[in-house]
Design a protein around this ligand. Sequence first.
Ligand code: HEM
Ligand code: 2DC
Length: 469
Amino acid sequence: IVRPFSEIPGLWKNGVVNLYNFWKLNGFRNLHRIMLQNFNTFGPIYREKIGYYESVNIIKPEDAAILFKAEGRYPKRLKVEPWTSYRDYRNRKYGVLLKNGEDWRNNRVILNKEVISLKMLENFVPLLDDVGQDFVARVHKKIQRSGQNKWTTDLSQELFKYALESVSSVLYGERLGLMLDYIDPEAQRFIDCITLMFKTTSPMLYIPPALLRLVGAKVWRDHVHAWDGIFNHADRCIQNIYRQLRQETETSKEYPGVLASLLLLDKLSIEDIKASVTELMAGGVDTTSITLLWTLYELARHPNLQEELRAEVAAARTASQGDMLDMLKRIPLVKGALKETLRLHPVAVSLQRYIAEDIIIQNYHIPAGTLVQLGLYAMGRDPKVFFRPEQYLPSRWLRTKTQYFRSLGFGFGPRQCLGRRIAETEMQIFLIHMLEHFRIEKQRNVEVQSTFELILLPDKPIILTLKPL
Ligand code: HEM
Ligand code: 2DC
């Protein structure tokens, strides 16, 4: 017998009281741990209301399968209101990230072909490989300058630059030059603005930004300042390509990048293209760089595993005779490592959908229109879902049984991460080059955990040592 919606366990009666308790628990930074704790208290399904925002939370892969089957033709996730508020405030168009319904679908179908289709990999790989090689050269230079035959540092700023250079080279078909010693201060400002944008989003998730704007709150002002910086820089990059394109008389055979391809295709309005390319540029920095930082951290903690991966990469290099596109098909363990990183250190604490039809989960009826969240962070650490979840074991992903609705770091279905192909390729190429050139070590045993700043970030600097092989 199916139990009614009202019987789902959890705290959903008094949203204001719950918001207060959430705030007392420093929930704005601990969202992932609070979710994990709620699953421990209430079991594999719970209902929750924080402030004005209500959801049902689930943790099991089988239930994720039911959720995604009910997402409908226009999958919709939780609206990040600070982001839409900014665009409304500044009269800017939503890109694919923030659009919904038919408008989202029309844009997404066209963007898919240029951004996430496997066919594009042959265009992306040479560009990304170049950036990877330049990163290696840069590290070698830093090692030389140190005079100690090693380089010990917090790599996050370097990785931000690597990620921005990578995503820009794919979007614009040309290099920004961020692997050089003197970089465009505009680019550095762009990077800082993205970090600030994420940081100022989380405190506003549960309080209507319109209200914060009304009272002139500092978070709102900082948030606006951050997005202004992001849009200004992206506009400059886009204008630059647009101008070049109009000056060129004949089109060359060379791949011109995502933006120029979209402009030449002429199927989306220029305003739509600008909005989505800006989102791609902003979405492509902190996500991949933090995932790479966590991966290097795990490899430093597991030297034997690091050697195993290095051997796989060396064998792949030989077998593919250096053809990078081919090489990427021969590194299952490296790919497993990235999945393992996203299991333990996901970028997104949850995946969410407003379900399009009624469903039954854990024998509870859930009506259409409900916001259902899959606790991605909690699932990755659940011993009922993953054998010995605390262990970093890339090889677990070599078994197909492990895969069923468990590898969800990029989301699922037609609304999954649009940058997924770029992100995966960029990260795989990075690891290939790093493993081929450096040994990765870490200092003492400092336990690094996650903190929630809209995306999950390391709660303290990760200091690593790179030594030439
Ligand atoms: C959406 C994760 C890198 C652009 C998403 C979503 C997740 C995610 C979980 C929501 C998917 C869903 O609701 O099913 C990640 C992770 C990354 C990464 C883990 C890297 C490790 C990137 C990069 C870009 C990007 C590099 C841009 C080049 C986007 C966009 C969306 C999105 C535009 C919205 C798509 C839509 O609404 O149609 N990402 N992402 N992401 N991501 Fe990523
Ligand atoms: C944050 O409760 C926690 O990929 C909220 O590249 C629910 C929620 C909704 C949407 C998620 C967000 C969380 C985390 C960051 C995500 C975002 C959708 C896309 C975004 C996962 C889980 C991200 C980082 C994009 C960002 C692109 C942007 C900078 C233009």
